[in-house]
Design a protein around this ligand. Structure first.
Ligand code: DX5
Ligand code: ZN
Length: 245
């Protein structure tokens, strides 16, 4: 996408950022992989906004999941955007395959990049292959300030609230100040949180300023997904309405 057509994601801190609608993104990692199309349809009927798709290569994280052919079939079956979270060591190498497979958001990890120029090289590659929204993810122990020079170039920042690799881990509240920091900088793109979100922890994410909220086991792990999504959304909206920042 040419620079001029890209949504403006950074603004002076004195200008209040417009509030993005809250989005609930069930993580397919906790779905039944033998019944993916049914699982997708079930959470869509229940009000899911995006599908969060975790791609792991067994190198960047100690787990393996799915690659472009499966993402392509998920895209064919889904009617909501795919939010693809790459936990792989060579995101630029596979960017084209995931763009062709239908990723709407494509996110890579900041820890793979030595400096801001290395991050820019991956962003450039993602844009070349036509990725609609480019995201960068941060592990819990990665300082968010590293993104300072890059905020104007990203449509999404993913703040991990567990170390990536597995579903069902415990939420780490110590990462919440990163979300508040991003909003204090005037960052108006998507701020996503992923890991350990449930009806107790999700409101804290929304109150800090996150607008995309991923939940795997908290949604796919229950029988009534629609009821759970509504519960998460209501809790998130209530927390947001009390937000000061
Ligand atoms: C973890 C993945 C998450 C995971 C979240 O590496 O990035 O998306 O599926 O699962 P829960 O919500 O169960 O923590
Ligand atoms: Zn994820």
């Amino acid at each position: 996408m040419p620079l001029a057509e890209r949504p403006r994601v950074s603004r002076p801190p004195q200008e209040p950022a417009p509030v993005l609608p809250l989005r609930i993104a069930p993580s397919l990692l906790s779905a039944d992989f033998a019944r993916l199309a049914e699982e997708l349809a079930d959470v869509e009927a229940g009000g899911a906004d995006w599908h969060h798709v975790d791609v792991m290569d067994g190198h960047f994280v100690p787990n393996l999941t799915i690659g472009p052919p499966v993402v392509e079939r998920i895209h064919a079956a889904a009617t909501r955007p795919l939010d693809v979270h790459l936990m792989i060591t060579e995101p630029a190498r596979y960017a084209e395959a995931f763009a062709r497979a239908g990723a709407h958001v494509l996110t890579f990890h900041l820890e793979l990049c030595r400096d801001a120029e290395a991050v820019r090289a991956v962003i450039r590659r993602f844009r070349e292959v036509g990725v609609p929204k480019v995201g960068v993810a941060l592990n819990p122990d990665t300082p968010v300030e590293r993104l300072s020079p890059l905020l104007g170039e990203l449509e999404l920042v993913l703040v991990m609230s567990v170390f990536p690799g597995f579903g069902g881990q415990k939420f780490m509240p110590e990462v919440l100040p990163k979300v508040a920091w991003l909003r204090q900088q005037g960052y108006a793109g998507h701020v996503e949180m992923d890991g350990g979100l449930n009806p107790e922890t999700l409101p804290r994410c929304a109150a800090a300023g996150a607008d995309v909220l991923v939940a795997g086991s908290a949604i796919y792990g229950v029988r009534e997904r629609g009821r759970r999504i509504a519960e998460l959304r209501a809790a998130g909206e209530a927390a947001r309405s009390q937000r000061k920042v």
